[in-house]
Structures are given as C-alpha cells and as structure tokens.
Design a protein around this ligand. Structure first.
Ligand SMILES: Cc1cc2nc3c(=O)[nH]c(=O)nc-3n(C[C@H](O)[C@H](O)[C@H](O)COP(=O)(O)OP(=O)(O)OC[C@H]3O[C@@H](n4cnc5c(N)ncnc54)[C@H](O)[C@@H]3O)c2cc1C
Length: 295
C-alpha cells in the first residue's frame, strides 16, 4: 500500500525543525523511518507533514566519558553498535543492539527514534531504563531532560509533548564491580523478540551480589525493570536464587498471547532467560573484576 498524501520538509537547523513542528498539528518527526514509514504505508498512521531531521548534523554525535554515553537523534543503531568507546563504558548498549532487527534496518534506524517510538518489543527503550538513562528533548520553549522512569507511559506512548523533538539520549556508565548480559528468544534472528531480558549484577570485593536488576522486552506494555537483589541470600548465586529471581520478576510482568506465542510460553521464556542472564552477568562481573586486578 501507499501512504496517504503528506507534505515533507527537511530543515537545516533544529530551531527551524522545532518551529515547523509547533506550527502544524499532527506533524511528525522523521528519523530513520524504519517504524514510521511502514505505519504510514499500511495507513495505520496518517501524517499531514513529515519533518525530516536527518539534515541536523548537530544531532549526529556519540560522546563517551567516564559518566556514560551520549548520542544524538540521528545516530544509527549500527554506528552506536560499532562504537568502541560506547561498548567499553556501557556494554549493555552493544549487547542489546546486536539483537535489533537486521543490519539493513540498523544502518538506517536510529536508537533515539527507537526509544521515542516506545515499542515494548524494542530492546533500546528497556536498555534506557535498565541503565538508568534519560532523554533530552527540545521545543520552541527550551529543553528538558526526562528520566527513563518518567518516559514510557503506555504502549507506543511517551511523555514527550507533540511539539518536542528528542535531541539526545544518555546512558550512564556501567558501575564498578558490575557485569551485564542480554539475551532474547525470537522466531528468526532479527525478528522482534518473543521475550528479551537484560541484567546488571554488582559484586562487592568478596564476590557477593550487592545489587541485581533485570529488564524485560515483549512481556508487558512498557519496559519493566525488576530489582531481584533480595533473591541472593548472603549474595550467593545458585540455582535456588536464580529460580527465585525468575519468579519474583514474573509477578511484575504481564505476558500476553498473540500470533507469535502464548502467554504461558512467554512466561516460561521470561523465567528461564532471567536465570540465564543473571548467571552470565554474574560471570561477567567476576571476569571484569579479575581483569581489573591483573591490570
Ligand atoms: C523488519 C523490521 C524489523 C525490526 N526489528 C526490530 C527489533 O528487533 N527491535 C527493535 O527495537 N526495533 C526493530 N525495528 C524498528 C527499528 O529499530 C526502528 O529503527 C526504530 O523503531 C525506529 O527508529 P527510526 O529512527 O527508524 O524512527 P522513525 O521510524 O523515523 O520514527 C519512529 C517514531 O518516533 C518518532 N521520532 C523518531 N525520532 C524522533 C525524535 N528525535 N524526536 C521525536 N520523535 C521522534 C517519529 O515521529 C515516529 O513517531 C524493526 C523494523 C523493521 C522494519
């Protein structure tokens, strides 16, 4: 199918893009177009004016320092995935991005666009939450920062106002003593996950778990983060604690049945992936700790 008729503008400055967005009710930002264009082509979305932000070269940055990773609104998934500094400072980004769609879509789709699209089946909205990140948005009135915890308010719905453009996302650095993991089950590589789970585990100097958090993709209407620290009695990782973490998480999830899988199947995936990623994140934390000692 073809989209309904729409107008198209490609402003050269952010101020012009913001003015155009404020002036036209229903206008939408076009980033990578990998979600918006299919929706328009299937006539699930009708947009009077598309404001293409790909000419805004100020939004093409990836900046890494000891506090974390900042990336602009036109940074492609593939650029972020391949960025060595980002991978080092916050390894969850690359671990999850490797599962986002296929290379052709990653070459065009933007990570900020994916966050703003707020699909609970998308990896990066959950990763923004799991890392405790934030989004900076701009309008003709100025800028504000939205914490990930305040961003995702419903299925495909964020707390951005209609006249705001997301200019940058920030994901804090991995804390000292921590390890990460991300894994998912999809019908085919590159498909949206039936269930995806990320984990961050932090150890003390004796190797005991002091914090453990998991994040979930495709098993609720918005990304869900669960603090599972209480499952690790005396900070020990064993079958009992990993099983308990899966059960604790399931109590906060709402897996649904759709054409791809039943709710029971998704629940079982969430259970087993929780144990798997926590075990891997624990091993990762130990390995990073050992590397630091030998350096
Ligand atoms: C076949 C296929 C498979 C895919 N598989 C996956 C997958 O496994 N995992 C996954 O996470 N994603 C997947 N995607 C989606 C892909 O990651 C998209 O790139 C992403 O969801 C949207 O990014 P985009 O830059 O293409 O945004 P667009 O499609 O341009 O925009 C999406 C929405 O966000 C808004 N928007 C975008 N940028 C901004 C901004 N800076 N400020 C304000 N509003 C903005 C747009 O107005 C629009 O409403 C898949 C897509 C396809 C076509």
């Amino acid at each position: 199918m073809k989209p309904a008729p729409f107008r198209y503008e490609r402003p050269e400055t952010l101020d012009r893009a913001l003015a155009a967005l404020a002036a036209e009710p229903g206008a939408k930002v076009l980033a990578g177009g990998q979600s918006l264009i299919p929706l328009m082509s299937m006539r699930l979305s009708s947009v009077p004016l598309l404001i293409d932000i790909n000419g805004l070269s100020d939004l093409a940055h990836i900046t890494v320092d000891e506090t974390g990773v900042r990336f602009g609104a036109i940074v492609r998934h593939s650029d972020l995935l391949e960025h060595g500094g980002a991978r080092e400072v916050q390894p969850l980004i690359a671990a999850a991005l490797a599962h986002v769609a296929h290379p052709t879509i990653r070459n065009r789709g933007t990570t900020v666009g994916s966050i703003v699209h707020a699909d609970a089946s998308g990896e990066m909205p959950m990763i923004l939450c799991l890392t405790g990140g934030s989004l900076t948005v701009a309008s003709t009135q100025g800028r504000r920062e939205i914490a990930a915890t305040d961003l995702f308010i419903g299925p495909l719905e964020t707390s951005l106002e209609a006249e705001e453009i997301a200019v940058e996302a920030f994901m804090p650095a991995l804390a000292a003593g921590s390890g990460i993991a991300y894994d998912e089950i999809a019908r085919r590589h590159g498909d949206y996950a039936l269930c995806g789970v990320g984990a961050v585990v932090t150890l003390d100097e004796q190797g005991r778990v002091t914090h453990a958090r998991t994040g979930y993709v495709s098993v609720s209407e918005t990304p869900v983060i669960v603090d599972v620290t209480e499952c690790f009695d005396e900070g020990q990782v064993d079958e009992r604690s990993l099983t308990a973490a899966g059960e604790l998480a399931l109590g906060q999830l709402d897996p649904e049945t759709d054409i791809h899988g039943t709710s029971d199947y998704r629940a079982q995936l969430a259970r087993s992936l929780t144990a798997r990623v926590l075990r891997t994140a624990h091993e990762d934390a130990r390995a990073r700790g050992a590397q630091k000692v030998s350096a």
